[in-house]
Design a protein around this ligand. Structure first.
Ligand SMILES: [Zn+2]
Length: 71
């Protein structure tokens, strides 16, 4: 018989996290994902914040995989 994580009293010991406490982390990771999306989709393509071709070379396959215009 498989053992359950829930104890005999019915409490799991896991406290739920409120949406208010989670909101700053959701915003942080949302901004992080937008920055990543910018670097994969547009940096050294449509726009360039960093000179050279280094970023383009690193994200080139991802850019094609995600269907962003490249060359
Ligand atoms: Zn390409």
């Amino acid at each position: 018989m498989a053992q359950s994580a829930v104890s005999a009293t019915g409490t799991s010991g896991i406290t739920p996290i409120s949406a208010k406490a989670l909101a700053p982390w959701a915003v942080f990771f949302g901004v992080l994902m937008l920055v990543l999306l910018y670097f994969v989709g547009a940096e050294q393509g449509a726009t360039a914040l960093i000179s050279g071709e280094g970023v383009h070379e690193w994200v080139h396959d991802g850019r094609h995989l995600l269907g962003f215009p490249c060359h």
